[in-house]
Design a protein around this ligand. Structure first.
Ligand code: GLY
Length: 465
């Protein structure tokens, strides 16, 4: 945990943003794999972690703004828990570490909320994403599960998003560490990959190394020679000379902060000429995007710039044609880049996505309402502010099924050179990604430099085996 003053200050800042009612914080429950006592690795709810810092299951908390009370609800360990899990700090001790003075048994939360409902006190809650919390909320507040999302408190959501979006100094230390540890692991993978290995051997090294940091992986590892599959979690392919490995993975620190990096490198020692050409296009899109990062700049414009750089580069290679601005405005580049250039990061790899992309990445004046393929997957569009942490991660992904579909529909034939594209049908995908903090004057990359140009990557691969 951070020092208790951090949590006291965070809660005080939140209280000043909401006038009345009860703010309800739902901790997460253990999630059983196959029976109750055999649970998946526990992950606390990020908003709960942010305001209370206590990383254990079966907790709830309220800030009663009308009564000016903050109460943690949870149960102390019984003798059976101690026998099986060992003596740990008591909940009372943990609550003191979080700057709290009042702890009540978990079942008292039910009573507290039922009384609040009876006296028509407003209970502000955030959109639940776990089934257990949906059931609990529905029971406590008498709201059908299907209506919980729409009945969540917009005031609470907006206050939390505003606060969690601007990273504090203590968070930046953690995010820097997460990115640096992630870079170390990426370098290790780039050094240890060999033709003939299976993807799962490298994925296992990443998971092991992340655990060895004292943290964990921040999201399921994407380690694949089929880099065109955006979230490819299959690790059963053998690495063959001539292919590329796309590694999108990151460390979550013990305090819950994420790193999110991607590198693409040749299975052999060198990129082919074709791979190098497209890599350089992706790297230019990355560089153009990162050079724009500064307070006041809309990330939507960063994204569109990176799309135009990609489209121009692909035109130079002969895969696209026509006017680049028109092609991007029409969405034709999405044949090659089907997602957004980046997203907010923090306690979640896609920070606060549970609270709603509209509130995290957009504003009332910039609604997330496009249905355009590609653009609809941009999680962040709004103007950047000092203290935001985000990713820059352009890529080129050549998806055979998408070629066939668009070609059959004669989509964008004025912008896409389908004949040339056929030669690249099995190219796979390339992505490069780093994490950035928005500063008063621009941005700074988090973590440490990790080989990114084709020369740098090939230099690492030259030493690899
Ligand atoms: N790194 C995985 C993602 O951003 O979706």
């Amino acid at each position: 945990m951070f020092q208790k003053e951090v949590y006291l200050q965070r809660r005080a800042a939140l209280k000043s943003k909401v006038n009345s009612g009860i703010l309800l914080f739902m901790g997460n429950e253990d999630s059983p794999m196959n029976y109750k006592d055999n649970a998946y690795h526990f992950r606390q709810d990020s908003t709960f972690l942010y305001y209370f810092g206590i990383n254990e299951p079966s907790l709830g908390a309220i800030i009663d703004l009308d009564a000016d009370k903050t109460i943690l609800f949870g149960n102390e360990m019984g003798i059976d828990d101690i026998v099986w899990m060992g003596r740990q700090k008591t909940l009372k001790e943990k609550s003191i570490d979080a700057g709290l003075t009042e702890v009540q048994p978990l079942d008292k939360l039910d009573d507290y909320l039922q009384k609040a409902v009876e006296k028509k006190q407003q209970v502000h809650f955030l959109p639940p994403y776990r089934a257990e919390n949906k059931i609990k909320l529905s029971h406590w507040l008498n709201i059908p599960i299907a209506q919980l999302k729409e009945k969540a408190s917009l005031t609470f959501i907006k206050a939390v998003v505003a606060q969690r979006s601007i990273k504090g100094a203590e968070e930046i230390v953690e995010l820097n560490r997460a990115a640096a540890l992630s870079a170390d692991i990426h370098l290790m993978v780039m050094q240890q990959a060999r033709p003939g290995m299976y993807e799962r051997e490298l994925a296992a090294k990443i998971e092991g190394a992340a655990l060895a940091t004292g943290g964990n992986i921040a999201y399921p590892v994407i380690l694949t020679v089929r880099g065109e599959i955006l979230h490819n979690h299959y690790h059963g392919n053998q690495l063959l000379d001539g292919q590329m490995v796309l590694n999108d993975s990151g460390v979550e620190t013990a305090l819950g902060y994420a790193g999110d990096l991607t590198r693409t490198f040749p299975v052999g020692k060198k990129f082919t000429a074709e791979q190098k050409d497209i890599y350089d296009v992706v790297l230019k899109a990355y560089t153009d995007a990162k050079n724009m990062l500064a307070p006041g700049v809309r990330y939507l414009d960063v994204h569109l710039t990176s799309c135009k750089t990609l489209a121009q580069g692909l035109k130079d290679i002969g895969l696209m044609k026509g006017n680049v601005d028109d092609a991007v405005a029409a969405g034709a580049h999405a044949m090659f880049f089907q997602c957004g250039t980046g997203h907010m990061m923090g306690l979640d790899v896609h920070d606060m996505e549970d609270l709603g992309e509209q509130y995290v990445g957009y504003t009332d004046d910039l609604l997330k309402n496009t249905t355009q393929f590609g653009l609809k997957s941009l999680r962040l569009g709004k103007a950047l502010e000092t203290g935001y942490v985000l990713t820059v991660e352009p890529g080129v992904y050549i998806i055979p099924e998408l070629i066939d579909r668009w070609k059959a529909e004669n989509q964008f034939s004025e912008y896409i050179n389908y004949d040339k594209l056929e030669q690249f049908r099995h190219f796979s995908g390339i992505r490069v990604e780093d994490d950035f903090l928005i500063t008063e004057t621009g941005s700074t990359m988090l973590g440490k430099h990790l080989a990114i140009t084709t020369d740098e990557v090939e230099a690492v691969r030259a030493e690899a085996y």
